[in-house]
Design a protein around this ligand. Structure first.
Ligand code: MIG
Length: 662
């Protein structure tokens, strides 16, 4: 049961697709205060768990910290970071009282979840214009499903996008891409896609291709496709200001760019230098931009990733002006350390500055809307427009699409990756914790940069990260400029990587089938243990294991030099161990605590009691796989309902469902 409570005149975000009438009664569970903006307070009992918030830092249980829902480009996020790339305002309280709440509000919203006061949760924002949805149900999963029902069905990618994918900022030339493909094939490591980062473009201009470095892109696309490898180019939000560049000229002429308070196109510096931002809040402008992807789909491109759409801003023209004014004011010939420090702060403050977000405007139904008032919708609307256009450009087939910035509602159009993490062990665990929270908000096609984006990755870190990554629908290894190469073949004994990635392909019939089920039934692909074991305190407090689909549990290793790890089984399970060389070994383990040894080149996962899963034979790419010849592993007599289709058709009614018995 979902109930809606409206305060003031909220901006219509489009997150909720069902028509729900607003209630007039006070909001259950919350005490409301409107002295300043609006705030919603609620007492928490000792053992209450607060789940949710999608892409956020800290635990599966969000208690004990404060989070700011405000899409932010934070390339070096840590435990203390309050805002990440996505804004996912759904929480689920489980315990004495069990309920869900969604705060539909398109800009900064703060969730103080027992931080200021341990027993109090307080959610607040500046303006009392907000829709609050209260979701009731008997159990956490039921509440999630009720919520998912009103936000609409999740995006389903083509099946090849659930293969292993390799990325790097950047593969600078077509030959560099060929080299990656060649090395993967040489080592017989499966690979389904290679990503093109910003350097494939001509001077970072969207929908252009560098003649010098990717002159033979059409041929490259065909060559790679013949190998079962798709190329996935990046698209940035900002459009370079350059006379003669068609996208710029057209956008300008049609008034499709965001403006400043005087109605002039807003200019900000990003990778291409000064750019204008398409006004994705204006549907016509968004569709215009979306249809530009045709330049690439015409060449045979079947997937895209949308970046820099918080939007990230390095500096703005106005910001630079302000900087020089302040500089003149401060220095005035004084070369003191104090002044140096002040200048340094101003320079750093140019990036993603609040002043800039306050001075951008959108045109919504003919009215100017301040960007800051709808900030969290920018990447969401960019990606929704992209998806709508891609449906026109490629109506028969699903297109791979994922975005960096997001808001609830975008899950209908695309997936997300969790932005710029680091090659840190703690970021393996962070990913694990984000996965179920993202699923709650409808984002099923999700994953983090495997091996870590920033700084240098070590061999053991990449191997361990793959141990989690083989279970994530989006499985992409990606690394930043100037960091150590981290393609699997760059390390000693690539066959260790091969075995683990092959396990992913062997599991694909299961993972893909579970994904389709989750999309169809609004289920979660990743569930915290407490979702199924509500009365088991150990399961409820478990922050480093997850159920994957309905049959598996995972407990990845995320610490360096570990021999293995402690695993808690909330029920009897059968452990499956991937040995060096690819052999699978099985061991039945009783409910309870275990120390499980997991050498670096092995992976262990668990089949739940009385369940079984299908396994396929691995191949070099999903195209080359036989999805019909399967064997079941798991408990004798168990049944599995397998969902299959051709992996690519837009028409999801073509999915076949078949019961397999072990
Ligand atoms: O300012 O395109 O998160 O994945 O490699 C950095 C370059 C811009 C940020 C993305 C990252 C990508 C990078 N981009």
């Amino acid at each position: 049961m979902v109930k809606k409570y409206t305060f003031g005149t909220p901006f219509n975000t489009g997150a909720i697709v069902e028509d729900i009438k607003a209630e007039s009664t006070p909001v259950p569970y919350f005490e409301i205060n409107t002295d300043e903006g609006i705030s919603f307070s609620c007492k928490l009992a000792d053992k209450d768990i607060v789940y949710g918030l999608g892409e956020a830092t800290r635990g599966i249980n969000k208690r004990g910290y404060v989070y700011n829902s405000y899409c932010s480009d934070d390339f070096c996020h840590m435990e203390t970071t309050k805002s990440l790339y996505g804004a996912h305002n759904f929480i689920l309280v489980e315990g004495k009282k069990t309920f869900g709440a969604f705060f539909d509000y398109p800009t900064r919203l703060t969730f103080d979840i027992g931080f200021t006061k341990a027993d109090t949760m307080r959610i607040y924002c500046d303006k009392a214009d907000i829709d609050v949805y209260i979701i009731e149900g008997s159990a956490p999963l039921e509440i999630v499903k009720e919520f998912r029902k009103v936000i609409g069905k999740s995006y389903v990618p083509p099946r090849w996008a659930m293969g292993y994918m390799q990325s790097r900022w950047s593969y600078y030339t077509a030959d560099a891409v060929r080299e990656v493909a060649k090395n993967y094939r040489k080592e017989s490591i499966p690979l389904d896609a290679i990503f093109l980062d910003i350097d494939y473009m001509d001077e970072y201009k969207d929908f252009t291709v560098s003649d010098e470095r990717f002159g033979d892109l059409p041929q490259l696309i065909d060559e790679m496709k013949a190998e079962g490898i798709r190329l996935v180019p990046i698209i940035d939000a900002g459009v370079k200001i350059e006379k003669g560049y068609d996208i710029y000229e057209e956008g300008l002429e049609k008034g499709y760019f965001c403006v400043d308070k005087d109605g002039k196109p807003f200019s900000a510096g990003v990778w291409p230098g000064l750019t204008h931002f398409p006004d994705f809040l204006n549907e016509e402008a968004g569709l215009w931009f979306g249809l530009k992807y045709k330049a690439l789909t015409d060449l045979g491109i079947e997937g895209f990733w949308n970046d820099m759409n918080e939007p990230a801003i390095f500096y703005s023209e106005k910001g630079i002006e302000r900087f020089y004014e302040k500089l003149a004011e401060i220095t005035n010939g004084d070369k003191s350390v104090d002044n140096y420090n002040k200048i340094k702060d101003i320079v750093n403050g140019l990036q993603n500055s609040q002043e800039d977000y306050n001075s951008i405007y959108h045109k919504v139904n003919g009215k100017l809307v301040k960007h800051n008032d709808i900030h969290n919708m920018y990447g969401y609307k960019m990606t929704e427009c992209t998806a709508k256009a891609l449906e026109k450009l490629r109506p028969e087939e699903r297109t791979l699409l994922f975005s960096r910035a997001s808001y609830v509602g975008m899950h209908r159009s695309a997936g997300i990756w969790t932005g710029d993490n680091f090659s840190w062990w703690s970021h393996i665990l962070l990913e694990l914790k984000q996965l179920p929270a993202l699923n709650m908000c409808g984002f099923l096609y999700v994953g983090a940069d495997l091996g870590g984006f920033g700084c240098d990755a070590s061999r053991d870190l990449v191997l361990r990260w793959l141990g989690l990554g083989i279970f994530t629908p989006l499985m992409r290894n990606h690394a930043a400029l100037c960091t150590r190469d981290q393609e699997c073949y760059q390390f000693e004994n690539p066959e260790d990587f091969k075995n683990i990635i092959e396990l992913r392909y062997r599991l694909l019939p299961y993972l893909y089938s579970e994904f389709l089920k989750c999309a169809e039934n609004d289920e979660m692909f990743f569930k915290p243990l407490g979702f199924e074991y509500k009365d088991d305190e150990v399961a409820r407090s478990c922050e480093d294991q997850l159920f994957v689909g309905n049959e598996l549990m995972i407990a990845p290793v995320y610490t360096q030099n570990a021999l293995g790890r402690y695993v808690y089984l909330p029920e009897d399970m059968r452990a499956v161990r991937l040995k060096k060389g690819g052999e699978l070994q099985f061991e039945d383990m009783p409910k309870g605590h275990h120390f499980v040894e997991i050498p670096l080149h092995e992976v262990v996962f668990f089949i739940r009691k009385d369940k079984c899963i299908p396994l396929a034979k691995s191949a070099l790419s999903t195209d080359a796989m036989d999805f019909d010849t399967l064997r079941l592993i798991g408990f004798e007599g168990a049944k599995y309902e397998l969902y299959t289709d051709d992996g690519i058709s837009s028409d999801l009614n073509k999915i076949e469902k078949k019961i397999w018995e072990n």
